[in-house]
Design a protein around this ligand. Structure first.
Ligand code: PLP
Length: 383
């Protein structure tokens, strides 16, 4: 049986060069980057090298990066860390209703601590309207947090415009760029953004390591208390092998960004064309924005069936896709993203996220489209 992985938005296979880099570090280096002896200095050089590679990929200074345990921790550090540092200056936060739970649940916690949070609506393609951001601003607004691109439907947000608005009012702007990294060029230097979250395992790096970009001059109160690592912004011995792997993954992702984009677009178009051929144009609906999207995320509804049934049948055929965010899969909850897009019930309840990347071929897409057609025919015959 074929085994086809179409869930790269959840996590990606580690690139062989990344694995090799990590293996070299794990077997050749065991010092603590904070130790002053030669082993420690060598570990410190490894961490610094990776930091420089990532900073280079992101267009920022190396000292503007704080290594974390992944995207979730970066989001939490950005929100809680920055707000604590601004204690007393305002109690209103603006975010969107389609953020990852790492931001949404952090905001819910902040509400319990006395902050007021505006959850902006989105249009039917999953895009935040700049006018809504403007209307939500108050004298009390201290932070805006909007994701670069959505993890369920791939819609890219008008980050530059929102950032300009935030900057003109002196409001801090955080961007969750976990899904955008490696898919679209990012230059922290050129964007009006103060804090940006990243995660290694979405770009063929290891799980459990990420980074937060903190623009020079932006203050953060640490979330973890302990050592003085990461310029006192994140205590704890650095995950040296993970960080080295992240560095390598970022280097590869940046060097091959255009190539990857073309590859993902080709897979996307092949898949859509094959589905049209197998099912007919009116049998499925593409959710998301038709022009502002991440090439590797394709969310499709098949209103003749429901999400769970189709996913289960695909799994039995060796094809891995998702209902939405991996963090909520397994729960019977309908996606908060598709709900916010106000899609009809049959569209909402039959949506599948296909996300592709390293290792996927046009044959995979053709095979998957054919299997979907077979499954839908089988289900139709049964009912
Ligand atoms: N933010 C977004 C947009 C994501 O897609 C994810 C992961 O799915 C996260 C944050 C969390 O990242 P991590 O899994 O590294 O904690």
């Amino acid at each position: 049986m074929n085994s086809i992985y179409l869930d790269h938005a959840a996590s990606t296979p580690v690139h062989p060069e990344v694995a090799q880099e990590m293996m070299n570090v794990m077997t050749g280096q065991y010092g603590n980057a904070s130790s002053v002896h030669a082993f420690g200095r060598s570990a410190k050089r490894t961490v610094s090298r990776a930091r420089d590679l990532i900073a280079n990929s992101l267009g920022c200074q190396s000292d503007e990066l704080v290594f974390t345990g992944g995207g979730t921790e970066s989001d939490n550090l950005a929100l809680f860390g920055a707000l604590s540092a601004m204690e007393g200056s305002g109690k209103h936060i603006i975010t969107s209703s389609i953020e990852h739970h790492a931001v949404l649940h952090a905001c819910e916690e902040l509400e319990k601590q006395g902050y007021r949070v505006t959850y902006l609506p989105v249009d039917s393609t999953g895009r935040v309207r700049i006018g809504d951001v403007e209307n939500a601003l108050t004298e009390d607004t201290v932070l805006i947090s909007i994701m670069y691109a959505n993890n369920e439907v791939g819609t890219v947000q008008p980050i530059a415009e929102i950032g300009e608005l935030a900057r003109s009012r002196g409001i801090l702007f955080h961007v969750d760029a976990v899904q955008a990294l490696g898919a679209i060029p990012i230059s922290c230097r050129d964007l009006p953004v103060d804090l940006m979250s990243f995660s290694a395992h979405k770009i063929n790096g290891p799980q459990g390591v990420g980074a937060l970009y903190v623009r020079r001059g932006v203050h953060l109160v640490p979330r973890l208390h302990g050592g003085l690592q990461e310029k006192k912004r994140r205590a704890g011995t650095e995950n040296m092998a993970g960080i080295a792997g992240f560095g390598k993954a970022a280097e590869i992702a940046t060097a091959h960004l255009e190539e990857r984009r073309e590859h993902d677009l080709m897979l996307r178009h092949t898949f859509i064309r094959m589905l049209e051929q197998e099912l007919g144009q009116n049998s499925f609906i593409i959710n998301g924005n038709p022009s502002e999207f991440l090439p590797h995320i394709l969310n499709i509804s098949f209103p003749d069936t429901d999400t769970e049934t189709l996913l289960m049948n695909l799994d039995m055929e060796g094809i891995a896709a998702a209902s939405g965010s991996a963090c909520t899969s397994g729960s019977l909850e309908v996606s908060h993203v598709l709900q916010a897009m106000k899609l009809p019930q049959n569209v909402l309840r039959s949506a599948i996220r296909f996300s592709f990347g390293l290792g996927n071929t046009t044959e995979d897409m053709e095979y998957t489209a054919q299997k979907i057609a077979t499954i839908l025919r089988r289900l139709r015959n049964r009912s």
